[in-house]
Design a protein around this ligand. Structure first.
Ligand SMILES: [Zn+2]
Length: 165
């Protein structure tokens, strides 16, 4: 849970309950932060507390910190917070999404380069072949290359999925 989620989950009263501190009908409790609070001086609000005798005040996290002598982080974790975990997970997610986008951009750039080369080769062969003597070695070689380039063209249309984008 995040800080906000914890605040929405636990009221100040819920936290006092955890420590077995009774809140009277006027919303006051005996202050655990100063001694001899016979007349309850700790006013319990929905999300905060304030002691009219010793001035102790804060929210649910402050209360837990003061009660158990904890750092904010420890109190936060005690109440079910997992800031660190969710932040790392969120960062990893962003990192992987970025990497995936980069990979996809590279893949598409490489695929487009192949298409460009392929179309260039086809165009060049279309001009070259009519100039060659039919059935000569050069002509056969050029025809053979043309067939390969056309096959590659068909293959790329299906494999790279570039045409559907
Ligand atoms: Zn007090």
């Amino acid at each position: 849970m995040t800080v906000e989620e914890i605040k929405q989950t636990y009221s100040m009263r819920d936290i006092l309950d955890r420590y077995g501190i009774h809140v009277n009908r006027s919303g006051f409790a005996s202050c655990p932060f100063h001694t001899g609070d016979r007349t309850p001086s700790l006013k319990v609000y929905k999300n905060d507390f304030y002691c009219f005798a010793c001035g102790a005040h804060g929210d649910i996290f402050t209360f837990v910190q003061k009660m158990d002598n904890l750092t904010f982080r420890e109190a936060f974790q005690l109440l079910g917070g997992n800031y660190e975990k969710s932040t790392v997970a969120a960062r990893m997610k962003i990192y992987h999404a970025q990497k995936a986008r980069e990979m996809e951009a590279k893949r598409r750039a490489a695929a487009w380069k192949k298409v460009k080369d392929n179309l260039g080769a086809i165009g060049r062969l279309r001009e070259e072949i009519p100039k060659l003597e039919p059935f000569s070695d050069e002509w056969c070689e050029a025809q053979n290359e043309m067939l390969q380039q056309l096959a590659l063209f068909d293959y790329m249309q299906e494999e790279d999925g570039l045409w559907s984008h």
